[in-house]
Ligand binder design. Structure first.
Ligand code: URA
Ligand code: SF4
Length: 210
């Protein structure tokens, strides 16, 4: 193919940009692997930084790695993750193409206990960096810790108040909150509500609603 034609189309710039984003992610993962900013580094098997596509329109943010994620080094690969993947498919989306997936914490808390405030604070620069790098069209918050962090809420509102609508986040990116998929494993009635919220995020990503 004619090189000048490619340059004219701006394609090599696009290729350079994609290589950059992937390279930046390799660098980010290396940094997190060295991280000792909170006590959770002591017991981690693997750090869990991201999965999906670094060019995705939807960024899903969970709480923290569980046992399966800690072993595999990827977010949402256990039972809750399988349900999430299924609901993404039901919404007519593809996890590996349409989603960039991460968590508030990059290391597993012992026995999956709740994240502590000082751990969230210590780990937050990584998530902040990811949001600025990916600049998604919408952030889908999975569960309380993610919703509170992304919305900057300190008043502990119940999830049923936060879900079901589109929020303005402090990043200037719309946010949709929903129940954590692990909660839907315990209470299957939440499944349809999560699907509804994924469809809501899809609508925002496609520019159909704000
Ligand atoms: N729960 C989360 O919040 N994140 C994961 O990656 C897996 C389970
Ligand atoms: Fe570092 Fe975050 Fe892991 Fe704590 S949870 S050690 S801050 S990467």
């Amino acid at each position: 193919m004619d090189e000048e034609l490619l340059r004219g189309l701006g394609l090599d710039e696009i290729i350079l940009k994609s290589e950059n984003r992937l390279r930046i992610h390799e660098e980010l993962t290396r940094k997190v692997e060295e991280c000792k900013r909170c006590r959770l580094y002591l017991r981690r098997t693997r750090v869990v930084v991201w999965d999906g596509s670094p060019f995705a329109p939807i960024m899903a943010v969970g709480e923290a790695p569980g046992r399966d994620e800690d072993l595999k080094g990827k977010p949402f690969v256990g039972r809750a993750g399988q349900l999430l993947t299924k609901l993404i498919k039901e919404a007519g989306l593809e996890r590996s193409r349409d989603f960039y997936i991460t968590n508030v914490l990059k290391c597993r808390p012992p026995n999956n206990r709740d994240p502590l405030p000082d751990e969230i604070k210590a780990c937050s620069p990584y998530l902040e960096f990811q949001i600025r790098l990916i600049r998604p069209r919408v952030i889908l918050c999975l569960g309380r810790y993610s919703s509170f962090y992304i919305l900057g809420r300190t008043d502990n509102p119940p999830m049923k108040e936060l879900r079901g609508r589109v929020h303005k986040t402090r990043y200037g990116i719309p946010g949709v909150c929903t129940y954590h998929p692990a909660a839907a494993l315990r209470n299957p009635r939440l499944r349809d509500l999560i699907l509804e919220d994924i469809l809501r995020a899809k609508g925002v990503a496609l520019g159909k609603s704000e």
